[in-house]
Design a protein around this ligand. Structure first.
Ligand code: IDC
Length: 468
């Protein structure tokens, strides 16, 4: 027998088939899957999938399973790359969770739609090996699962240092410890007009005095923006990304479409711009992409079509970055057009690791907008990428009570935000008095407007970033 095995091994080596006789990457019956439906609503559901590796350590994992009913469709997944082909769903681990030690577990999840029944999936395999403990069956005997997170990295204390590469998990933005976080910060004004406001001193103030987590870089496409000098604006955006990174802040790259309101008007420009910034910034942990500021006068279907053409361009260059998609009616989830969040809930963008933008101006948008965002936030990952304390014109009186109601709501829901604007524009939404960007003070009461004072006091309170 030994001689036969030796002979077989020799033949296998000769034929280059050693791998066939080696133990598989995961030993047979070496995995367990716990599938749970976290919530279910009419036609839709959210599922959690916990994968425990009971076999040999793997450096990268792929999980496959079958959706038994033809009406079951994957809508959006998180913590992994998700695809569906026919009834087979394939999910592949990302940089930060693709290695699985023996006994380690990883938790991923997805939202799906269904028509008939919504039976639990079957035939789970991990790297091709059947997971025999799956789907409500008896747990497979094996080692007790250990936490998968590994040794937490020491934090440097800055927002990016503590949280690392962020990703979408369920309806939240999560940090490298897979815990929900809220990022609070400021938006630039149009960088074609206010370049004087974005320099080392103002960025130092934003990071150190304002203690902002986030800088939104508003790159207008029209109005003397990107379309007039694509290379120049791309460079300017990249340098602001670097300035934010150097100070441990996230940078939200805003492709600031506004007029015309149909983002498809700028589709070719968006593809060119995002291919370039995504390739250049792919290795950075601090970049989030916002692909269309405020679609207006255009249907959700047209916005979704735009998103599904731009997102793959970003993913090809920077696969793990979060992308934020603008919504109908100036990013009001359609409310300003007499519609609402259900058009997105029922017809979400077909891509993973994305969020949806919601904008408000506190003096113009009140209870019905807060109600829409609250409802949406139970089902969609939301990011307030722009808001003002004043009216939607960017001017008028500051509405303190509405602003406070909004910011309290965002804190409670852990929804990130950026305030319009970190600039000295002669309008009440600006944080600084007109002309003060020429100086070197970006923090004291001598330069701040009423809006700037309110925002600095809200943003500079201690962050609550979980580290385990
Ligand atoms: C406003 C600026 C104003 C500028 C105008 C047109 O504050 O100085 O003249 O844009 O470019 C938005 C937009 C944002 C608007 C802002 C205030 O995203 O570009 O900025 N606003 O009107 N949506 C709702 C309000």
């Amino acid at each position: 027998m030994k001689r036969l095995l030796a002979l077989l091994a020799t033949c296998a080596t000769i034929l280059g088939l050693t791998a066939l006789l080696s133990p598989p990457a995961v030993a047979a019956a070496g995995c367990k899957v716990d599938y749970t439906i976290a919530s279910q609503w009419q036609g839709g559901f959210q599922a959690g999938v916990k994968i425990t590796n009971l076999g040999d350590p793997v450096s990268a994992w792929t999980l496959r399973f079958a959706m038994p009913d033809a009406g079951q469709k994957l809508v959006q997944g998180w913590n992994a790359t998700w695809t569906q082909s026919g009834s087979t769903v394939t999910t592949v681990g990302l940089d930060w969770n693709r290695a699985l030690a023996t006994g380690a577990a990883v938790e991923v999840g997805f939202t799906g739609s269904f028509t008939g029944a919504n039976p639990k999936p079957t035939a789970f395999t991990l790297n091709g090996v059947a997971c025999t403990g799956s789907v409500g069956g008896e747990p497979t005997p094996g080692p007790t699962p250990e936490p998968s997170t590994g040794t937490p990295q020491p934090s440097t204390g800055t927002p990016v240092g503590v949280n690392g590469q962020v990703h979408v998990c369920g309806v939240n933005l999560c940090n490298q410890y897979n815990r929900p976080i809220q990022l609070r910060g400021m938006s630039t004004h149009g960088i074609q007009w206010f370049s004087g406001c974005y320099n080392d001193a103002s960025m130092d103030a934003l990071a150190r005095d304002w203690k902002a987590d986030l800088l939104r870089v508003a790159m207008y496409v029209q109005e003397d923006g990107y379309e007039t000098d694509p290379a120049g604006f791309t460079n300017r955006v990249n340098s602001l990304v670097d300035m934010a990174e150097a100070r441990g802040m996230y940078a939200l790259i805003d492709f600031h479409t506004l007029t015309p309101g149909d983002p498809n008007y700028n589709l070719a420009r968006a593809k060119t711009f995002f291919a370039s910034v995504a390739a250049r910034n792919a290795a950075k942990k601090n970049v989030i992409y916002e692909i269309a500021n405020e679609p207006n006068g255009v249907s959700w279907t047209a916005i979704k079509s735009y998103a599904e053409q731009v997102i793959p361009v970003i993913r090809a260059a920077d696969p793990d970055a979060v992308v934020v998609v603008g919504t109908r009616g100036w990013s009001s989830l359609g409310v300003s057009d007499g519609s609402g969040e259900s058009e997105v809930v029922n017809n979400p963008v077909n891509a993973a690791n994305i969020m949806y933008a919601f904008h408000f101006y506190a003096a113009s948008h009140k209870d019905n907008y807060r109600a829409a965002l609250s409802r949406a936030a139970t089902q969609l990952p939301m990011f307030v990428t722009e808001f003002g304390t004043v009216s939607a014109t960017g001017g008028g009186a500051l509405d303190r009570s509405s602003t406070t109601a909004w910011l309290d709501l965002l804190d409670q829901l852990k929804i990130g935000y950026a305030n319009w604007t970190y600039s000295d524009a002669a309008e009440s939404s600006a944080a600084f008095q007109p002309g003060t960007c020429d100086g070197s003070d970006y923090s004291s009461s001598g330069v701040l407007t009423e809006s700037g004072t309110l925002l600095k006091s809200r943003i500079s309170t201690a962050d609550n970033f979980p580290t385990s």
